[in-house]
Design a protein around this ligand. Structure first.
Ligand SMILES: Cc1cc2nc3c(=O)[nH]c(=O)nc-3n(C[C@H](O)[C@H](O)[C@H](O)COP(=O)(O)OP(=O)(O)OC[C@H]3O[C@@H](n4cnc5c(N)ncnc54)[C@H](O)[C@@H]3O)c2cc1C
Length: 314
């Protein structure tokens, strides 16, 4: 019975959260199905394998720390060919898309995309994919070896962290040297806020009506010691900057409290905030889809509610 492989991701010497999300899930699946959970590391990241203690073991393929789609995919391909895993968990990320598609094509393996859940069955695995921006869930049953691309935010990263030290196997992988060369890491300009780390978010939607009225939401955010977030139309209109945008083409956030003001709850927005612990929605339309995911809701004019709230809290 093949193992469950997790393709780790790193940037600037740190494992990325998606690694721990996948590890936690892989460990559960391995436990349920009597398999081993094995992580693959690249470059010098084997030196940090004690951060991957949830894995039963680590395979280090070495190579460069700088991501290269050709060489990383070739290394994964070598490991998958040699170890015949049951399941390979890959992030549904820029790096994961490169690797999964390349390995799947080379080894003629099926790929399950946009996966938000996986469970072990009697003869294989059942994978749930969130399709069409969250409008539809599709279940795929996998009973042979497959690559499963996991959406960021699908699993709890804390479940993939432990203080154990897994055994590390050095694996001599194919170099995969081809036409692509790493030249430079170009980082985005530093944002004044990182909403993915906020405990409380006050999120503003098109219902706010005008750029000037955003200051009301700002007042509420100040009192609650919260950060300000928004839906995409506000960024498109130039009312707020991109680092505040939540959703499919923005940030995936998981605050303790998410207050949605005048946000309708389009699937592309929900995708980015549905994992928040408590969602409070204020929308004048009682049929707005945001109420389907909200824990608390008020079908009221946001200005009436927020003005009163600010007054009370002050
Ligand atoms: C490929 C793609 C990617 C996308 N990515 C994202 C993304 O990352 N993030 C994102 O947010 N969207 C994204 N979108 C856009 C998305 O489809 C929606 O258009 C958008 O989320 C709607 O934003 P909204 O809820 O603020 O506006 P609207 O849908 O216009 O909703 C405004 C809401 O405000 C309510 N309202 C109006 N006045 C008041 C008032 N006075 N008091 C209370 N409520 C009031 C209305 O009832 C309405 O429900 C994407 C779309 C596509 C196609």
């Amino acid at each position: 019975m093949g193992d469950i492989l997790v393709i780790t991701e790193h940037l600037k010497g740190e494992f990325q959260d998606i690694t721990f999300e996948m590890l936690g899930k892989a460990k559960d699946l391995a436990g349920e199905s009597g398999r081993q959970c094995v992580a693959i590391t690249f470059g010098s990241m084997n030196g940090k394998s004690d951060e991957l203690g949830v894995a039963d073991s680590v395979i280090s393929v070495g190579g460069s720390d700088d991501y290269n789609p050709e060489s990383y995919a070739a290394a994964v391909q070598s490991v998958v060919s040699a170890k015949s895993p049951s399941l390979v968990l890959v992030g549904s990320t820029s790096m994961g898309m490169d690797i999964a598609n390349s390995v799947a094509t080379a080894l003629d393996m099926p790929t399950v995309s946009y996966c938000v859940d996986v469970s072990a069955g009697s003869s294989g695995f059942s994978c749930t994919s969130s399709m069409y921006g969250g409008k539809m869930n599709v279940v795929t049953n996998v009973d042979g070896s497959a690559l499963v691309m996991v959406l960021a935010g699908a699993f709890n990263a804390d479940e993939g962290k432990s203080a154990e030290s897994p055994a590390v196997e050095d694996f001599v992988a194919e170099s995969g040297a081809g036409k692509i060369r790493f030249k430079q890491l170009i980082e985005p300009e530093a944002a004044d806020v990182d909403i993915t780390q906020s405990d409380i978010l006050v999120a503003v939607g098109r219902g706010i009506g005008s750029k000037d009225d955003i200051k009301l939401a700002e007042e509420l955010a100040d009192i609650l010691v919260a950060d300000l977030a928004c839906s995409r139309p506000l960024v498109d209109a130039g009312w707020m900057s991109k680092e505040h945008q939540v959703g499919k083409s923005g940030m995936k956030v998981k605050p303790k409290v998410y207050i949605a003001l005048g946000i309708s709850g389009a699937p592309e927005h929900i995708e980015g905030m549905k994992s928040s612990s408590t969602i409070i929605a204020i929308n004048s339309d009682k049929n707005a889809p945001i109420f389907d995911v909200a824990h608390y809701g008020m079908a009221e004019d946001l200005f009436d509610v927020v003005e009163e709230l600010v007054e009370e809290l002050e």
